[in-house]
Design a protein around this ligand. Structure first.
Ligand SMILES: *Cc1c(COP(=O)(O)O)cnc(C)c1O
Length: 350
């Protein structure tokens, strides 16, 4: 990159990364961007969304912010108790004449119910987009996440399973959409002296693409290391009463990047919040995740103060979820120490 003196603007590393991600994910187009959020803004604009977009409240606040940043209204929808993903029944009930799209989130690497959401989108003539920031490397209905709906949006932020330091991408099989997104991410420029309309700078730089290529080369090893860590947690927490690891979908691939459990205080004998507090005081950086739901954060809590009434499962999950430190950079011995500490705190023998 330094020898070429080509640092950004569709450089060779960006082009190579896009081609390899298209292959890896099995999609026609991968349009990279400089963050997952920038990619989401491009997708929202590329699909001409307007009015209201239905999104789960139990997600990273960035999902809702992208909708609101584009001047649209996120309409919060409840989740399914079994999967903690968007609940199709609640989603359909939230459709109004102003709805333009459904934005599903594949939370914690588990694909959401794309088939049911597609039926709803088709019958109400809505666009269907997925926030796949948690689901790189995961499968749904036996295929890689990335090719569902009108578009899927990935984040390649440093904290994700696959990363480019900062970055993201829109994946789609729609040729027209992909070419619009390529123009939008570079000031709307389509040719040397032409623009197709509004645009911005959402380009990925060469140094980020190079990081992505290196990480893609070692991605199998990353998955394996994350799986080892996940399995160490499964074994280590199995006997802890009132602490249930959230499971990945049967017969689907996971990236094993998120170790999330549900705390049932009555059985555990310790509240979720006190458990986290003690873990953190022992330098184990567990956290409430997601807490609170987006609807309870600004600006939504002020703009839509009653939203929580329709979100009982979101409130329940936000009150019970705990995210443990995990991922490929954690040593299995450290997982064993974390689990031993939890077993100690909860007072179980094994
Ligand atoms: C990380 C993340 C985003 C935002 O991606 P950035 O690359 O940080 O902009 C959006 N949604 C979810 C679910 C995420 O986890």
């Amino acid at each position: 990159m330094l020898a070429r003196r080509w640092f950004t603007n569709d450089g060779p590393y960006v082009v190579e990364l896009e081609r390899r991600l298209e292959d890896h994910l099995g999609v026609r187009h991968c349009v990279t961007a400089n963050s997952g959020s920038a990619a989401m803004l491009l997708a929202i604009r590329g699909l001409d969304l307007s009015g209201e977009v239905i999104v789960p409240s139990f997600t990273f606040v960035g999902t809702a912010h992208s909708v609101a940043w584009m001047g649209l209204k996120p309409v919060f929808c409840d989740i399914d108790r079994a999967t903690w993903n968007i609940d199709p029944t609640a989603c359909e009930a939230a459709v109004t004449p102003n709805t333009s799209a459904i934005l599903g989130v594949h939370l914690f690497g588990r694909g959401c119910n794309a088939a049911a959401l597609k039926r709803i989108a088709t019958s109400h003539d809505l666009r269907l987009v997925f926030d796949a920031a948690h689901a790189f490397g995961c499968s749904l209905e036996g295929r890689r996440v990335g090719g569902f709906g009108d578009a899927e949006v990935f984040s390649f932020h440093a904290t994700k399973s696959f990363h480019t330091f900062e970055g993201g991408a829109v994946t789609t099989d729609d040729d027209v959409l992909a070419s619009k997104l390529r123009a939008f991410r570079s000031h709307g420029i389509s040719d040397l002296d032409r623009t197709i309309g509004l645009g911005t700078n959402a380009r990925m730089s060469e140094v980020c693409a190079a990081m992505g290529l290196a990480n893609l080369d070692s991605y199998e090893a990353t998955l394996k290391a994350s799986h080892t860590v996940h399995q160490a947690y499964e074994r280590g927490l199995e006997a802890v009463p009132g602490l249930d690891l959230r499971e990945s979908a049967i017969n689907e691939e996971s990236n094993w990047h998120y170790v999330v459990a549900e705390v049932e205080e009555a059985e555990c004998g310790l509240s979720r919040d006190s458990l986290i507090e003690v873990l953190r005081s022992n330098n184990v950086l567990a956290r409430r995740y997601f807490y609170p739901g987006c609807h309870a954060l600004e600006p939504y809590v002020t703009e839509q103060p009653d939203a929580g009434r329709l979100l009982p499962e979101t409130e329940r999950a936000a009150a019970r979820s705990i995210l443990f430190p995990a991922g490929s950079s954690m040593a299995p011995e450290d997982v064993d120490r974390v689990c031993a500490l939890v077993r100690d705190l909860v007072g179980c023998s094994s």
